[in-house]
Design a binder for this molecule. Sequence first.
Ligand code: 13P
Ligand code: SF4
Length: 302
Amino acid sequence: MITRKKIKELLTQRKAILLAHNYQPPEIQDIADLCGDSLELSIKASQTDAEVIVFCGVHFMAETASILSPDKTVLLPRPDAGCPMADMVTPELLKEKLSVLRPMPVVTYVNSPAAVKALSTVCCTSANAVQVVNSLEAKEVLMIPDRNLAKYTASKTDKKVHLWNGYCPIHDNLSPAEVKRARKKHPAALFMAHPECRPEVLALADVVLSTSGMIRYAQSSNHSEFIIGTEIGILHAMKKAAPTKRFHPVSTKMKCPDMKKITLEDVAQSLELMQGEVKVPEEIARLARKAVQGMIGTYNPV
Ligand code: 13P
Ligand code: SF4
């Protein structure tokens, strides 16, 4: 049985920082130095003087940390923790698509492989997608890989947004009927949805926000009860951030298996053996960094 004390000792010994995405299991969030959305975590990590970043999240997040912190060692305690949506786009498929489209900027959601970011004009997150698209001069953009985030962005901009047919299986599976059921059960609650949900679900939402945006909104809102339309791991973070408020998952089926893979034992083992390193080759990282940094100027944590 691994103790928190043992992990803390290993972190000090390795001059390491432990990061946890908002969807991670409670025991991982509770021991992390920083919790947040993927971009926030990578930015904050690159600003510390830690030599090692232990990323409790999924593979593309560890890659983003490696892109922004090329001189640090990035460890993903479970190398098999991936993201099905990120796997829906490859450099080959993107090149094929670009060969048949008019020339236009490619706006790439951070939930994507580093090699795809390297071919992109600029990256975006769920928090800044609209802002990033509006910051471009072009009148048309290709947004990859999430069709739902692209449709949501298209509804908020005058630009023409070309879609890629990718999606998050967890968010895309949420139906309007499930939202209506939850609303009926909790009539006083405000419904928050993540832009990875389908347009017909977002049409029922009171607010559409990224994961960290939802946490901040719950803290500062006058409302005291919320239905949460994203991965259920976030409820732990929300209850900690706003302990006097009430949170209900819109559906307990919204559980990402990849986000639940890492255990405390995996964290200890990766630190002990320096195992699970994710290193983006410099020729890819250099190009991907330009695309990631391109959005950091427009990054606004709301
Ligand atoms: P954010 O935390 O950036 O909103 O991302 C949601 C997500 O699905 C990450 O996998
Ligand atoms: Fe990928 Fe969806 Fe899991 Fe996020 S919740 S890691 S987008 S599969």
